[in-house]
Design a protein around this ligand. Structure first.
Ligand SMILES: [Zn+2]
Length: 119
């Protein structure tokens, strides 16, 4: 088991913090890059953005859901922020969708087209 060179090796392999390796990226948890990968990953899209107004089970005017955006989580959050301030409404990023409070499909569609998205 222990040769001259295996000291560093065996320490890595048989390290006591074996349990702190990330199962996602196989890196030590300290150096885990899963979050980053996830944040920068682009969803599979047709390139066409869709907007849906959902009222079922929602209070008041429901929510406007934007999906199919060819953006990473980071970019979605930035866009959501922008839309929220443009429309003066609340909203959140959920997965690869943006939810905005209130039913404003048309306004959102116009704004997204203005920003260069295919809606
Ligand atoms: Zn990881």
């Amino acid at each position: 088991m222990s040769g001259i060179d295996s000291d560093t090796n065996s320490r890595l392999v048989y390290s006591s913090d074996k349990g702190s390796m990330c199962p996602g990226c196989s890196k030590p948890v300290k150096e885990c890059i899963c979050r980053e990968i996830k944040r920068n990953a682009l969803p599979e899209t047709t390139g066409k953005v869709r907007i849906r107004h959902e009222t079922a089970g929602r209070r008041n005017k429901g929510v406007t859901i934007i999906y199919g955006l060819p953006l990473s989580q980071d970019q979605l959050e930035k866009l959501a922020k922008k839309l929220k301030s443009t429309f003066g409404t609340g909203g959140a990023v959920k997965g690869y969708t943006i939810e905005l409070q209130g039913g404003q499909c048309e306004k959102v569609a116009v704004e997204l087209r203005r920003l260069g998205y295919l809606v």
